[in-house]
Design a protein around this ligand. Sequence first.
Ligand SMILES: [Fe+2]
Length: 304
Amino acid sequence: MKLLAQGTINDYCQVIGHIGYPVYIIKGHHKIMMIDAGINLLAPKYYTDLTTILGNPQKLNYAAITHSHYDHIGAIPYLLKKIPGLTIVGAQRIQQLLRKQSVIDFMTHLSNIQKPLFEDLTGKEDVSLSSFDITLPVKDGDTIDLGDLTCVVYEVPGHTRDSLAYYFPQIKMLFPGEAVGVPQGMGGQEVQVEFLSSYDEYYHSLEKMASLEVKILCMAHGFVYTDDDVASFFGASIKATEQYKNLLLAYLDKVNGNIERAIELITLEEYDKKGTIHQERNAYISNLSAQVKLVAKDYQYIKG
Ligand SMILES: [Fe+2]
């Protein structure tokens, strides 16, 4: 089945916030974890929803981050003010990255583009992005005990170098962040391929996650897949990844390996003319640039 990322998924998992930027709450018998922290503009909404489903938001023990993008860490600074005892779980590298003011500024810029969409939910509170510490740095194979549930950490680089997936074997649920791509189109029937730090690592991470026994796949944006649709999505994502690499190589061929011209041409043909990609244009170009450069390098359009 394919569900929207909202409401109650099962006895252990509820979704809060906004379907575009869902935050998953996992309730074990002893500890409670949220997975990802969405976009900063929605921080007050996440906090209100936490209050609704937990009664007292101070019961939240962990906030586990899948990767260092602005729309996955956004509410952490706000939530730390409200819930000072919150343990922040993620890759150690995220902390170094967030210490750079240029990174905070770029994240703020990307978030500001979406301000008009969420004004009502942001309200008047200070939701500004700022640096924070990863208080529980984790790596491949680490586990976090929630009582009757165990969270197992998988390193899944390729979307970013710090991408992590969180897997709960007792309930066969996987939270892959964007390491599996993002469902695209109104019904989520297509896959937006998301390798931004390495094509080969991204592909390998996809295979690694596809080999796990997963009954419920909770996507970073929009959807939750269950049962047979999990394997279908992994299959579609692996296929789309190969096809997308070949598409970028074909465009590079057309312009004799000129990276800037390839980016312009792809934006025109694939984004502007088709109009089927539901991503903000600047964010699309920024991601596309990284992907074209990676493919060009890996397939030797850049010599030396
Ligand atoms: Fe991302």
